[in-house]
Design a protein around this ligand. Structure first.
Ligand code: ADP
Length: 505
């Protein structure tokens, strides 16, 4: 045997090509490589064959190669058939179970090639066998895994979109069984419009060119019903980069899609309604504002002339005439109050200036002054002298004044009103409670009294415009505060407002 180093020296013709070949075969341990004579008896054996099949050279030479086949294969005369095919077409290739010496089986990748002499006469067969058990297990594990997936439709296609595999999820989602869909084109899952627009072809082309395609859209089940699919298509390429098909993973997202659509519709509707409402509110308010504004001049004329009439002509009036005049003056006063309140409501909505630090006790005293002389003992105030809140001074005074006048106004019959104004500080928030011992408010009315023109009593019982609390609510929102009420009918009410505390002057 020549030294291996001589292999690199082709100038030495003494090295026989057959020798080199034998050495090569002998060095291979991953493949069983052996020769058969024309009848299928083993004539050579390499270390790979010994390792794979467990036989030593001297115990296997001369034996028939059918010794490696399972009883089942032997029963169907498989070894003979294989040699026949190899003899006829030159080569036979398959994967199948083979036996080792110890009786255990392995999954073999087998190639049998015909060997002939220079005249073309058959002189034997060359056999190469590889152990593919591991690969087969991996493939099987992978296939079983994919097949068992039911939440996703997973299938593969050839390069033109003809289906080559089909899992349980695909059956569940699309309704076809594997045997009725394999071999069909995947374009049948698309709607007619999508097919007309050549979407299926586009999907495959995009996947091929960019490495994947992802998308969502309506797809058609076997029964014709539609579902919202989320799709990923990936091209399958062999080691050489040649495209041999596509895999496609599809999820049924119909529930999510319908939910999202519904949500979207709702939010659109809501948006529209809010827009409409805002617009009509704004229009209404602008209208109310200009009307109130325009009413002031004629109202001034009415009040002015009524006063003049009273001063100059009262003596000429009968009692009835004087009553009429008083009615006119009273109605004009009420109208004036209404106009003032409406204008104030509009003003509070439009206010835009920086908030100030306002002394709460000062604001309360100013509000009290606005209400005129109150009977002594009616109002008690418990508010620290230095307590400051962030607010608009005039607006805050208006708010307190509205709450105080209500607290005094909605008194119970046969009991004298008692009102207390108490401040509480919680962290950075100041709460002002305006508490009365009046008629109280039933729970079912406590929400609506904050709306414009909402009143629970007729004018004869309690005078008012129904705008005071609407101003309070709007003003508090404007100042970044909140307001509310706690009340029991017949016992009294506590109206409260909350504002951020202000430290600086
Ligand atoms: P107005 O006082 O002009 O009627 P408001 O907007 O100030 O209008 O109040 C709305 C309604 O809430 C009142 O008509 C009354 O029914 C109820 N209300 C307000 N404050 C009190 C209170 N302190 N006690 C009982 N009811 C009240």
């Amino acid at each position: 045997m020549p030294e291996p180093s001589t292999l690199t020296k082709p100038s030495r013709p003494s090295i026989h090509r057959e020798d080199i070949f034998r050495r090569l075969v002998d060095s291979v341990t991953d493949y069983a490589i052996f020769l058969l004579d024309v009848n299928g008896n083993i004539v050579s054996w390499n270390p790979g064959a010994e390792r794979l099949k467990g036989y030593k050279t001297d115990e296997i030479i001369g034996k028939h190669f059918s010794i490696f086949y399972t009883a089942q294969d032997l029963a169907s005369d498989k070894p003979t058939r294989e040699l026949k095919i190899a003899a006829e077409v030159g080569r036979f290739e398959e994967e199948g179970w083979r036996l080792r010496k110890d009786g255990s089986s392995f999954w073999a990748g087998v190639v049998v090639s015909r060997i002939h002499d220079e005249q073309g006469r058959l002189i034997g067969f060359g056999t190469i066998t590889r152990d593919l058990t591991e690969r087969r297990h991996a493939d099987l594990r992978y296939r079983l895994l994919i097949e068992s997936v039911t939440d996703y439709a997973i299938f593969s296609m050839d390069p033109r979109g003809y289906i080559t595999s089909w899992n349980h999820g695909a059956q569940r989602i699309k309704g076809y069984r594997a045997e009725e869909i394999i071999g069909q084109n995947f374009s049948r899952f698309y709607t007619e419009e999508d097919r007309a627009a050549a979407l299926p072809q586009y999907v495959l082309r995009t996947a091929e060119q960019t490495g994947h395609f992802t998308g969502e859209g309506w797809r058609v089940r076997k029964d014709g019903s539609k579902f919202w699919a989320s799709v990923v298509v990936t091209p399958l390429r062999d080691e050489g980069g040649e495209l041999f098909g596509f895999s496609k993973v599809t999820r049924d997202m119909t529930d999510r899609k319908l939910l999202l659509d519904e949500l979207q519709r709702h939010s659109k509707e809501l948006e529209l309604r809010v827009q409409e409402r805002d617009q009509s509110n704004a229009e209404l308010e602008a209208f109310a504002y200009s009307v109130s504004h325009d009413l002031r001049a004629p109202l001034r004329a009415i009040t002015g002339f009524a006063e003049a009439l009273k001063e100059e002509c009262e003596g000429q009036f009968s009692n009835e005439g004087r009553e009429f005049l008083a009615e006119i003056t009273g109605a004009a006063e009420r109208l004036n109050g209404l106009i003032q309140d409406l204008l104030e409501y509009g003003r509070v909505g439009r206010i835009s200036m920086p908030l100030a630090s306002v002394n709460l006790l000062d604001a309360i005293h100013e509000a009290k002054r606005d209400l005129g002389g109150l009977p002594p003992g009616l109002l008690t105030i418990a508010v620290p002298k230095e307590l400051r809140v962030r607010a608009y001074p005039q607006v805050l005074k208006q708010v307190i004044s509205n709450l105080l006048s209500n607290a005094i106004k909605f008194r119970r019959e046969n009991s004298s009103p008692e009102v207390s104004v108490v401040a509480e500080t919680q962290g950075d928030t100041v709460r002002l409670n305006v508490r009365d011992n009046g008629i109280g408010i039933a729970p079912e009315h406590q929400a609506r009294i904050w709306n414009v023109f909402e009143r629970l009593h007729d004018r004869e019982a309690y005078a008012g415009t129904g705008i005071g609390l609407a101003i309070v609510k709007r003003a508090m929102a404007r100042m970044g505060g909140t307001c509310g009420v706690a009340s029991k009918p017949g016992e009294g009410s506590t109206f409260w407002i909350e504002l951020p505390q202000a430290n600086e002057k």
